[in-house]
Design a binder for this molecule. Structure first.
Ligand code: MN
Length: 711
């Protein structure tokens, strides 16, 4: 087992400023935290973080990353907290550990892996500091190295996740070695027979060709010596997974794979790369179509090399890769190499780290080929996105700042339109709640729910906004049209003339409308009087005196044949409850047509009605007969004027009395407060006038109450 001092020595080899006591402290912390926990293999758990730290040291990462590697499982799996880590190792390490912990939780949540691409984006988005991703990759690498101890089903899942999420990520940031090893472990789990068969044939090939490889290297070296070009040449083993991939892509047999034997020629300068290529091509027959110049056109992950296939020494088809030492470092270590390089060049510890991060940005900002999963995107772009889950762990990507309603509309417009409430990570949350990365959202819908115009104020996605507007526009039109038609039919009934669509059609043309709906809307909006339309249709009818010539005349019994019912009309669109008298179901009501806005509903004795000069604008309206659950869904606001004694607790006993009667207080307004009394206006959500009377009666029984009346 590696001791803390050995770990320190490994780290010191490339970072002489490293503080040994810090490494010892992190080592002790993780050993203590994991205590007697065991790995699936039966080994002490703390060996795992230790191995992860060593992998990170192999990549010559900075001391914060190494400490994060040591601590990475303590918050998720033990009683250790982020606060402790902040205190002992500083906020930077704490933020890194927190990042890795979040990624681990994400894996547990997203077992279905339906959207690997989105998950990869999520992993990148959550790795706000790229070191989080590097530690996570090292963690995954060690887990894959020891995966044989994990039960089969879980082993398959982890291998699939590795193949679909982490292998492409490692490749994307240019960590070739990491990618190769992860990919090969995953391949051996997912496809054990193929892996076994290719491995056997490979080792057979290398054994039987053991001398062949050496001979080829020797021959190549002789050629380069003769041309006086100093070069390092080595044979390179391919991994079974990369051979398997080639066999599948190119649909050829094992024996035909030219590049099972690959050789690397490493030179000092860029010019020497092309010189070396010239030497190879002039000494050996070239296989056409296999030459690639990744130096003039590097791969998106910054991979630079020349590739060619020739019939080389001993008449073997061989692949040759030519590159400089610097290119080789970047090719093998990817972003890690960037940090490694900058380290030598810059004195300040901060400077070198940021230079390294900038290096990563440069890599990621290069335009990607269509096959690349980060197609036409940059790391920063993901910072503008937030990734959330459905209860079934499907991933939904939304712009940052999106709320629950945006999420609901992203699922489906029908879901958005019927959203009632939502749970975020199992807790009930307001619909306007802004979502964060990794949130799991459960939307509750109801068929009777519909979008509220209010929603438009807090949604940020175009889809949600367009859907809400469309719904409101449509239902407004539908309501106005229904209301207008009702007004016109009422006129016909009043004159005892049978209503007939055909006659209406002549009026539609006369008023230059394209359809009868437009005519109805215009009547409801008050631009045309229903009576005028009726008279146009039946010019010879002498209109009866309007029954609503003054207020007393309209004091009819509700339920009268010619009264309009507001059944089914949603208040707030074509009809509005007036704010002056707060009419409630059960009250006798009158409608007042307001040009362009529809109808506002008043109680029949409302003072406002006295000022109305044109009796044609007044309508007899009834509440209709909502009942049962339909009734319960409609809420109206009633206003109560209360006066009570000013002493401690009196406000509480007043509100208590209201809530005991199932009244929901919408608004409280203090109109007067003296040393002796409170005067308040209370707006309460109620079902009807009777409900409000119950509340008022209950208020009157409260001992501190002086008076309670409808306001
Ligand atoms: Mn781990």
């Amino acid at each position: 087992m590696t001791t803390p001092h050995e770990l320190y020595e490994l780290l010191k080899a490339y970072d002489p400023h490293v503080n040994e006591s810090l490494i010892v402290a992190a080592y002790d912390f993780t050993v203590r935290a994991h205590g007697a926990q065991l790995r699936a293999s039966g080994a002490p758990y703390y060996l795992h973080p230790l191995e992860v730290a060593k992998i990170l040291i192999d990549y010559k990462l900075d001391v914060q990353s190494i400490i994060t590697g040591l601590l990475h499982d303590t918050v998720e799996d033990t009683v250790a907290t982020i606060e402790e880590i902040t205190e002992l190792f500083g906020p930077e390490v704490a933020a890194l550990v927190e990042g890795v912990t979040k990624l681990s939780r994400l894996e547990i949540q997203s077992e279905h892996l339906k959207q690997a691409e989105n998950l990869r984006k999520l992993v990148v988005a959550m790795s706000t500091d790229i070191r989080v991703l590097l530690v996570k990759l090292a963690d995954r690498l060690h887990n894959m190295r020891t995966i044989q101890f994990v039960p089969l089903e879980k082993r398959m899942r982890i291998a699939r996740e590795t193949k679909e999420i982490y292998v492409p990520l490692a490749e994307r940031i240019g960590m070739q070695n990491m990618k190769d090893e992860l990919e090969d472990h995953a391949f051996s789990v997912l496809n054990p027979q193929a892996h076994e068969s290719i491995s056997q044939r490979l080792s057979h090939l290398y054994e039987s060709n053991g001398t062949t490889v050496d001979t080829i290297i020797k021959d190549l070296l002789i050629v380069f010596n003769k041309e006086s070009l100093p070069a390092d040449i080595n044979g390179r083993k391919k991994t079974p997974s990369s051979i398997w991939r080639k066999m599948q892509n190119k649909n050829i047999a094992f024996e035909q794979l030219a590049d099972i034997m690959a050789f690397r020629i490493i030179v000092d300068t860029l010019a020497q790369c092309y010189e070396a290529l010239g030497i190879i091509h002039s000494h050996y027959p070239v296989i056409p179509g296999r030459f690639k110049d990744f130096i003039s056109t590097p791969k998106p992950n910054n991979y630079k090399s020349l590739h060619t296939v020739v019939i080389g020494p001993l008449n073997h088809r061989i692949e040759i890769q030519i590159r400089t030492r610097d290119m080789h470092m970047v090719n093998e270590y990817g972003v890690a190499a960037h940090w490694h390089y900058k380290q030598g060049g810059e004195a300040s510890t901060d400077g070198r780290q940021y230079a390294w991060l900038r290096g990563l940005m440069d890599i990621l900002e290069q335009t990607a080929t269509p096959e690349e999963f980060l197609e036409h995107t940059k790391l920063e772009m993901f910072q503008d996105q937030v990734f959330c889950f459905t209860p079934k762990s499907d991933l939904i990507a939304l712009p940052r700042g999106a709320c629950v309603i945006d999420f609901a509309y992203a699922l489906h417009s029908a879901i958005g339109n019927q959203t009632v409430s939502a749970k975020i990570n199992g807790k009930l949350a307001p619909l306007r709640t802004i979502l964060s990365n990794g949130d799991q959202i459960e939307i509750q819908t109801s068929k009777s729910q519909h979008p509220s115009p209010e929603w438009e104020r807090f949604v940020i996605t175009g889809k949600a906004r367009a859907q809400i507007r469309r719904f409101i526009r449509q239902s407004k039109r539908q309501q106005f049209s229904e209301l207008g038609k009702n007004l016109l039919m009422k006129c016909f009934r009043h004159e005892h003339v049978e209503y007939c669509e055909k006659t209406i059609q002549t009026a539609v043309e006369h008023y230059h409308f394209t359809c009868s709906e437009d005519l109805f809307v215009s009547i409801a909006e008050g631009y045309h009087a229903a009576k005028d339309v009726f008279l146009y249709c039946h010019p010879h009818t002498k209109p009866k005196a309007t029954p609503t010539s003054d207020v007393p005349v309209i004091k009819k019994k509700s339920g009268d044949k010619v009264s309009l019912s507001i059944n089914g009309l949603i208040p707030g669109m074509a009809i509005h409850m007036s704010g002056c008298c707060h009419p409630l179901p059960g009250d006798r009501i009158v409608g007042l047509i307001i040009t362009g806005r529809g109808i506002s509903i008043h109680t029949y004795d409302c003072d406002h009605l006295q000022d109305v000069d044109n009796a044609d604008r007044l309508l007899d309206i009834s509440w209709g007969h909502l009942s049962g659950p339909e009734r319960a869904q409609h809420h109206y606001v009633g206003r109560i004027k209360v006066t009570f004694v000013n002493k401690p607790g009196s406000l509480a006993s007043m509100t208590g009395a209201i809530s005991k009667q199932a009244g929901n207080i919408m608004n409280l307004k203090v109109t007067n407060r003296t040393t002796d009394f409170w005067d308040l206006l209370v707006d309460v959500e109620v079902q009807d006038a009777q409900h409000l009377s119950h509340i008022i009666a209950a208020l009157r029984t409260v001992p501190i109450m002086v008076s309670a009346d409808r306001g």
